[in-house]
Ligand binder design. Structure first.
Ligand SMILES: O=C(O)c1cccc(C(=O)CC[C@H]2O[C@@H](n3cnc4c(=O)[nH]cnc43)[C@H](O)[C@@H]2O)c1
Length: 213
């Protein structure tokens, strides 16, 4: 099975490739930051070749108490968390407005198999919903609002839903894997542990190499 791995930036691509050891079953694309770049470039890649799986991978923010810095999150649901409208009563998602779904489920057997393999490799891993946002959350208020909107929210990043939507349109299964570089909350750039997260992402990709068919 050929597998497409979509990351945002070159540093993530290098980490993923190191983990995958250049295995010929995988193609790794640095699609750019954000859901639009991710969707457009995933759709382009999926149109160019036959893939059995699309993986959105990279660093991400962990919700405090659910995913710590240096750990991994495997999404069991990929949610476009800011796709909707603001109303005087609060945020209303596209689902509530009747314009479609902001949630894409990930195959539970795939999630469990990958999470179990990562645990066996002694990598700290949690499964749960991963939110896709167009703006990195930067205040305690926004973090609390998101956590209330999606009660089990485990991590946030900026590309998963774009990759998942493009994959879904072509009937290709999707997986999202995030290595946590920072906590979701008040912006503190000095607290981001990007190199540590890239190292964990590399180690996780070495496990993917073994567990994916
Ligand atoms: O705030 C900054 O100074 C800053 C510096 C470097 C990079 C950024 C990013 O926003 C990178 C976004 C990039 O990384 C993923 N990511 C990582 N953590 C988070 C997060 O807490 N919330 C959303 N996205 C995150 C994201 O998928 C992008 O690809 C900022």
């Amino acid at each position: 099975m050929r597998i497409l791995v979509v990351v945002a930036v070159p540093a993530e691509k290098e980490a993923v490739w190191r983990g995958l050891k250049g295995d010929g079953r995988f193609d790794v694309v640095a699609a750019g930051v954000g859901p639009v770049a991710a969707a457009a470039n995933t759709a382009k890649a999926l149109a160019a070749a036959g893939y059995g799986l699309a993986v959105s991978a990279g660093i991400g923010g962990g919700f405090p108490g659910r995913a710590e810095v240096g750990s991994l999150v495997v999404a069991n649901e990929i949610i476009a968390a800011d796709l909707g409208v603001e109303t005087p009563e609060g945020f209303a998602s596209l689902d509530e407005l009747g314009f479609g779904s902001t949630r894409i489920q990930v195959d539970v057997n795939l999630v469990n198999a990958v999470a179990e393999a990562l645990r066996t490799a002694e990598l700290p891993v949690t499964t749960g919903p991963v939110l896709t946002v167009s703006t990195v959350t930067g205040t305690a208020e926004s973090a609390a609002e998101l956590a209330a909107r999606v009660p089990r929210a485990t991590a946030e990043a900026m590309e998963g839903y774009g990759v998942a939507f493009a994959a879904q349109e072509r009937g290709v299964p999707v997986l999202e894997l995030r290595a946590i570089s920072n906590l979701v909350g008040p912006r503190d750039r000095t607290a981001w542990r990007i190199n540590e997260a890239l190292g964990v992402l590399e180690a996780a990709c070495a496990v993917l190499l073994e567990v994916l068919p």
